[in-house]
Design a protein around this ligand. Structure first.
Ligand code: MF3
Ligand code: CO
Length: 254
């Protein structure tokens, strides 16, 4: 069931997103060669706590058999890893790209966002990959308004990414968000125009293009969380939580 948010609920979500933005801004400044992904996770946890919020990802059950419950604030996925990378003592090196995914829970409401950052100097293809995921999000939300359908967003993201010579992850998608981190409707990154649920004022959606430089074939690593490309080529990721209004959507986490 799709839950339409009241103005009061949207205000609470804005506060949650405000904390998330603080974290993203700090992480962007911290990312440089020589730091570990654990360190970035510590920074995020501290800021979330200082602002009276809780990391949304802590306590999420592993979707794969035999995997442990998630215990970190961030998912940090480096290079060929695209999503759900677990923070570790891995040291970031010049030329790496790191996908940062973050959920914040405050006042009973979640916000969810992701970015891909370059570590020091990165290759031209890495730069393009980061840009295309970001731009795909903005292409998608051109259709995030009443009168359109979810499939219009999906189709717009898909067309833009393929036109730029990259591929999209098929197995994972965006989602409704609110009291739960994952609510209806699912928001696929590929799809047919005119398909899927109608978009209505007051919907809260997390839209998240996940794109690959090469083949979109992925596998789950031994940790049962990290999703990485089979061909080891680069990936990038971009996500924001938005609210549907009568006109342009409000991007809470931007
Ligand atoms: N942020 C992911 C999403 O956008 C979910 C992360 S799964 C978690 O749907 F376990 F790490 F929380
Ligand atoms: Co999400």
């Amino acid at each position: 069931m799709i839950h339409i948010k009241s103005e009061k609920e949207i205000n609470l979500m804005r506060e949650s997103a405000q904390v998330l933005k603080l974290v993203l801004n700090s992480l962007e400044k911290e990312i440089k060669p020589g730091i570990t992904t654990n360190y970035l996770n510590d920074v995020a946890e501290r800021i979330i706590k200082e602002n009276g919020a809780i990391p949304s990802f802590k306590g999420v059950e592993c979707p794969y058999k035999g995997g442990k419950t998630y215990t970190h604030a961030l998912c940090l996925s480096v290079n060929d890893e695209i999503i759900h990378g677990i923070p570790s003592d891995r040291v970031l090196e010049e030329g790496d790209i790191v996908c940062v995914d973050l959920g914040v829970y405050k006042n009973g409401y979640h916000s969810d966002a992701g970015r891909t950052f370059g570590v020091g100097k990165i290759s031209d293809v890495a730069k393009k990959l980061i840009k295309v995921a970001e731009m795909a999000f903005f292409e998608g939300i051109k259709y995030a308004k009443p009168g359109c359908r979810i499939g219009d967003i999906s189709n717009s993201i898909e067309n833009f990414v393929l036109k730029n010579g990259f591929t999209l992850l098929e197995e994972y998608q965006g989602h409704g968000i609110g009291k739960e981190m994952h609510e209806d409707p699912g928001v696929p990154n590929m799809g047919r125009k005119g398909s899927g649920p109608r978009i209505e004022k007051g919907m809260a959606l997390a839209i998240e293009p996940m794109i690959c430089e090469g083949s979109n074939e992925v596998y789950v690593k031994k940790d049962k969380w990290t999703i990485a490309t089979v061909d080891k080529k680069l990936t990038s990721y971009y996500e924001n939580t938005i609210i549907i209004t009568e006109n342009e959507p409000e991007i809470l986490t931007f």
